[in-house]
Design a protein around this ligand. Sequence first.
Ligand code: AMP
Length: 282
Amino acid sequence: MQIFNAKTALKDYLRSVKTKKSSIGFVPTMGALHEGHQSLIAQSTQENDITVVSIFVNPTQFNNPEDLEKYPRTLDDDIKKIADINPNGIVFAPTVDDMYEGKTISQSFDFDGLENKMEGKFRPGHFDGVGTIVKLLFEIVEPTKAYFGEKDFQQVQIVKKMVAKNHLPLTIVVCPILRETSGLAMSSRNERLPLQKRKDASLIYKILKEAKEKFKNNSAQKTTQWVKNEFDKNKEFTLEYFEIADEDTLSTCNKKIKNKKYRAFIAVFIDNVRLIDTISLN
Ligand code: AMP
């Protein structure tokens, strides 16, 4: 296990160990690792000669200072978890100063409109922050494959767009959502919920699954209204958005079109913790 805190040291090391034939798998994370992250690391380990896991709570993608401040930081535990999966893994845990060299600001990106919907709409600047850090990390690690979770489906589409627009020579691998036994999508933010609220939060996935059923015989508008009503009935939740959108363009489904792939997206607050989830509707 190799641990790096500085990007130049990591770059030099990777240059020294990689050959023309070796593949580098890269798993970017913000730490507080759970089984969802671990599944990405395991897949990368299986598919590549070298796996790099980054742990960096990226300040430029947080629009809410309290969320940034409260984001769990558990580096020592994270390192142990990575070592259990991949004793030869490489961990990159840089400081904010090392990554941003004193200028903690985002670049501006044009993701062809993908950035203006849902997470982008409710978290202004979020995807500029994501684009900035992911681009920088790709430049440092130069991965063959990079692993992202479907849970952050909009992020996946944004990263794919950035890769395509910049002709970056890497493959984006999308990994399925891991859930707690209750159905709640695993998230580092779940740790901030008291036990009872964490149990109650299983309602989010329950409603997504029911919405999927409803959408088979109902319009997107009717399904959306049903979801809103369900959350109105449950006062411990505040629904930020529920959207049924085209998987490729992320544009809202106003009228179902045959052979298009649709997906439901949700962001909801419980106990002041913001959780997101998504489900394929096809
Ligand atoms: P984060 O640390 O939240 O930035 O997440 C790092 C990566 O892990 C992202 O690609 C996420 O989409 C992915 N991820 C987060 N939660 C899950 C989950 N429950 N199942 C699978 N992947 C996940």
